[in-house]
Design a protein around this ligand. Structure first.
Ligand SMILES: Cc1ncc(COP(=O)(O)O)c(C=O)c1O
Length: 440
């Protein structure tokens, strides 16, 4: 049996199950019909077959942790496990497949400081096509080297993405290169849609798919295909609060540019969503959730502790959004879109996460300037099972000998309850602990 015919059988099977489950009522069927025809099921099927040549079909991971926490059945789609560490290869590879021989021969160009650079570089290598990637001069060396490692020519230009992008367009004009846009391109979005094909094949009765949104290419592919296959599936876009360009655009009813973006989720820190794909996003997304940076930091720890997986901040948006989704007993898939995070960022995210969860905290206490006081305070903390990880002792804060020494204590605790227990024990023993910014 060919791959296409096996997928057709799978589709028939999905339709049968949906009908059994009472899906596809007349009103909802018609929504699928309204979808703009440039992104058709045929194109998605074609892209799915082509993209499979170079990507892993990342299998869904059932998350006991997030399921218990939310009262749903939560599954993770681990695109962080793709070869280039993110889903981006899908769109880039499919895009190249749609180009003419002549266009391929001229070579490709794009601008990116992140996952798209590696996706395009790798896809071009697979096709034996030249790729030029313009990266801001501030791009971490490891990303530059990885992109070069896939055989791409890297041009370092400008301090920020916008400057690099302008340069890429200039070079495209000069040399006739084909520009591969990271999100505002229907072929790129169709390639990204292969993620939804895999999800629905594996979990035909999925109720919700949560998808991260930067410029909106991934969300366009996933939401459009999901609606074509089953209009009952709800697809929710998730943006960082500090880069909610799609939410603002949907509110305004037109593509809107944010004055600035401010988020640790670098892959989704986009000021303007794509104009070509905007109609699809407006039509096919069922809602947009925004997530703050602190929630991402805590989600990083959740992911490492419960699933032993490194997921970058943009990839964590969907996990952080779970607690904002007010539903129960639903089958939910959270797309973990990438895992490319450098170790320095990782270590600071872990530290901040521990502080936010009250697993590490610091207090300042004033002690009388006399022998034995340090061990007395240490004894109080030890009795509560607090673990001191840092002490700063300053003898020159006051001339009052009864409160002359400031002790800054940084401790490890099991969480908020344990932290409060340690603080009240210090108070009961005559200290006046003041919570201060945790110093690690
Ligand atoms: C890891 C990750 N997630 C999500 C996105 C957002 O994708 P889009 O711009 O297609 O919305 C990106 C974009 O680079 C990304 O790198």
């Amino acid at each position: 049996m060919t791959q296409t015919s096996s997928w057709m059988r799978c589709l028939q099977w999905i339709t049968m199950i949906k009908q059994d489950a009472g899906y596809l009522s007349g009103a909802e069927e018609s929504k699928g019909d309204k979808i703009m025809m440039e992104l058709s099921l045929d194109k998605f099927e074609e892209a799915y077959e082509i993209v499979k040549e170079v990507t892993s079909e990342t299998k869904l991971i059932y998350s006991d942790h997030f399921s218990t926490r939310t009262g749903n059945k939560v599954y993770l789609k681990p695109e962080n496990m793709q070869l280039t560490g993110a889903y981006k290869l899908r769109g880039a590879y499919y895009k190249i497949s749609t180009l003419s021989e002549e266009e391929r021969e001229k070579g490709l160009i794009t601008a990116s400081a992140g996952n798209h650079a590696q996706g395009v570089a790798y896809a071009a290598k697979c096709y034996g096509v030249k790729a030029v990637i313009v990266m801001p001069t501030t791009t971490p060396l490891i990303k530059v080297n990885r992109t070069k490692g896939y055989g791409a020519e890297v041009v370092l230009y400008g301090d920020v993405y916008d400057e690099a992008c302008a340069k890429a367009y200039e070079l495209a004009e000069e040399h006739g290169y084909t520009f591969v846009h990271p999100f505002d391109d229907l072929d790129v979005a169709t390639g990204q849609g292969s993620i939804a094909m895999e999800i629905i094949k594996e979990l035909p009765l999925v109720d919700y798919i949560l998808v991260p949104v930067g410029g909106g290419g991934l969300a366009t592919g996933v939401s459009t295909l999901a609606k074509l296959l089953n209009p009952k599936i709800k697809v929710i876009g998730v943006e960082p609060t500090g880069a909610n360009c799609l939410q603002e655009s949907v509110r305004a009813g037109k593509v809107t540019t944010l004055e600035q973006v401010n988020t640790i989720a670098d892959g989704t820190a986009v000021k303007t969503p794509g104009t070509t794909i905007f109609p699809y996003l407006k039509e096919n997304l069922d809602g947009i959730i925004t997530v703050g940076d602190e929630e991402l930091v805590v989600s990083f720890l959740d992911m490492v502790e419960n699933h032993k997986m490194i997921v970058e901040n943009s990839g964590l948006l969907t996990v952080a959004a779970l607690k904002h989704l007010d539903v129960k007993n639903k089958k939910i898939v959270a797309i973990l879109s990438g895992g490319n995070m450098d170790v320095i960022t990782m270590s600071s995210v872990v530290q901040q996460g521990l502080v936010l969860r009250d697993r590490i905290f610091s207090v300042s206490v004033l002690l009388p300037d006399k022998p034995g006081e340090l061990s007395r305070v240490a004894d109080v903390i030890a009795k509560q099972n607090g673990n001191v990880i840092k002490l700063e002792h300053n003898q020159f804060v006051s001339i009052n000998r009864n409160a002359a020494v400031e002790l800054r204590i940084t401790m490890e605790a099991y969480g908020t309850e344990h932290k409060n227990q340690i603080i009240s024990s210090l108070q009961q023993n005559g200290y006046q602990p003041k919570l201060i910014r945790a110093s690690i």
